[in-house]
Design a protein around this ligand. Structure first.
Ligand SMILES: *Cc1c(COP(=O)(O)O)cnc(C)c1O
Length: 477
């Protein structure tokens, strides 16, 4: 008896089991090790035999819950500072459960008026949250990568149109190489998107003026001058991953307007600087861009996966993604089909989480959360500055603190190896989770604060655990 139809009475028990287990897991999020010890061995030992006959729903769910408790990285908890990974607000998480229970296909209005209407509202609320003008039209995607992809696809197609061609119809062979100009801050996912879009990574010119990767604005002006009116794409980076720094968006917008090129702003987490008057000036000019991308599963604290793309003229998205089939709604249907604005056809109703969390906490709640994170980043910077064996490497404009361990007596050549060793010890220890990067060629820590639950005690623990572990990493001088 393995046919799900014959076992359908399990549903209520299955949902209850999962609710119970999830409650327990979440209650331990701020106390359990961020990376449980021994997880790899447990995962490697998972039986891989293909089940010819099923066990029914409850057995695998119990096992999944056990595996989650024993091995899941508590990246949605308050002590995970690696990458830029947010948690899930209670409203967003529960709405995401509902999104699965309702299982709406948000690809077309006819498939789900509910999912579609909530997406219309949710993306407009996001637009208002970030104070972007009303001619920006948005769409929900799976994350910052796809948000970059959608925006850069629109940029590519706009450039082709300026040259009298259509990539959607004739392909890339119908246009000359499209110039892409940016700084060394450009995110790997924008590069990946340009690879997927047929523009190519090697074709991107990074106009940097120092080892951190800052934009050389004068060179950008010269390069745009040299284009002689040809269309091009300029990418401004709002919130770079090592230190949370920003390209000078306003002067870039100025140049883009003067030369008639497409300005894309990648604001995966940096766009949230707009939520506080303290940091909003960093993103000044984003409202003048042609497209803006950001992430939901980072600072918005909705579950994976969620991102959003805003494009000033929605038609550019529509041209890239429109599908024609006799059973599909017409392209000019006044009731929108988001499958015509995004790479996917059938789509998860991500709007439910976004809508619920914005309704639950509003502009004020999100501003308070962002400002708490800004304060915590300054607090962390202060703690680092106070400790003689740590060295801060960059200013802290937003929510990332870039620093390294610098034991007295150690010389420059040793520091990279020592910081890598300390980074590995930190992850193995598991009480807090932060990773290393290369900043201006130096191995450095770069904890990012984006989780709604993170408080001063969590940040203090990061400094304490690093100091404690540093005592045990052998330093030979
Ligand atoms: C995280 C990030 C991305 C990619 O986002 P994903 O959600 O991981 O796809 C793009 N740009 C920047 C600046 C980011 O920080």
């Amino acid at each position: 008896m393995s046919d799900p139809l014959e076992r359908r009475e399990e549903l209520a028990d299955a949902l209850e089991l999962v609710a119970r287990e999830a409650r327990e897991y979440l209650a331990g999020l701020d106390r359990d090790p961020v990376q449980p010890q021994g997880s790899e061995d447990i995962l490697d030992a998972l039986p891989a035999a293909f089940p010819e006959t099923g066990d029914g729903a409850l057995e695998p769910l119990r096992e999944l819950a056990r595996l989650g408790a024993e091995t899941a990285t508590r990246s949605s908890g308050p002590r995970f500072f690696h990458f830029v990974i947010g948690g899930t607000t209670p409203a967003a998480l529960a709405a995401d459960w509902l999104a699965s229970a309702l299982d709406q296909n948000a690809g077309a209005w006819v498939a789900s008026p509910l999912g579609t209407r909530l997406e219309v509202v949710a993306v407009d609320w996001l637009r208002q949250l970030f104070e972007l003008p009303s001619d920006f039209k948005g769409v929900l995607v799976t994350g910052g990568t796809m948000a970059n992809f959608v925006c850069l696809a629109a940029a590519r197609d706009w450039c082709a149109d300026r040259l009298g061609a259509s990539v959607a119809d004739q392909g890339l062979a119908s246009v000359p190489q499209i110039p892409v100009l940016t700084s060394g801050y450009v995110h790997a996912s924008a590069m990946k998107s340009l690879a997927l879009l047929g523009i190519g990574k090697a074709n991107v010119r990074k106009l940097t003026r120092d080892a951190a990767g800052r934009l050389d604005l004068d060179r950008l002006g010269e390069e745009l001058e040299n284009l002689d009116g040809d269309p091009a794409i300029v990418i401004a980076n709002a919130g770079e991953v090592n230190a949370g720094d920003f390209d000078p968006i306003e002067p870039m917008a100025e140049l883009a307007e003067r030369h008639g090129v497409w300005l894309h702003v990648d604001g995966a987490f940096g766009l949230f600087a707009r939520l506080s008057p303290r940091t909003a000036p960093l993103t000044a000019g984003a409202e003048r861009a042609s497209s803006v991308s950001s992430d939901g599963h980072k600072w918005l604290n909705v579950p994976h996966d969620c991102g959003f793309a805003f494009v000033r003229e929605r038609d550019w998205i529509r041209d890239s993604y429109a599908e024609d089939a006799d059973y599909l709604p017409p392209r000019d249907d006044p009731r929108p089909s988001f499958g015509y604005s995004a790479p996917e056809g059938s789509r998860r109703a991500r709007a439910l989480s976004v809508w619920a969390t914005l309704r639950a906490y509003g502009r004020h709640g999100y501003r308070e959360m962002v400002e708490r994170h800004l304060d915590l980043a300054q607090h962390l910077a202060h703690c680092i500055d106070r400790e003689p064996h740590f060295e801060r490497l960059a200013e802290v404009p937003l929510n990332i603190v870039c620093f390294r361990w610098r034991p007295p007596g150690a010389d420059e050549e040793q520091l990279d190896g020592l910081n890598r060793a300390l980074g590995a010890a930190l992850i193995k220890d598991g009480r807090v989770f932060a990773g290393t990067t290369l900043f201006e060629g130096k191995v450095a820590f770069r904890p990012a604060i984006v989780n709604w639950q993170t408080q001063a005690g969590d940040v203090d623990l990061l400094v304490d655990v690093l100091s404690e572990l540093a005592e045990r990493v052998p330093v030979t001088v």
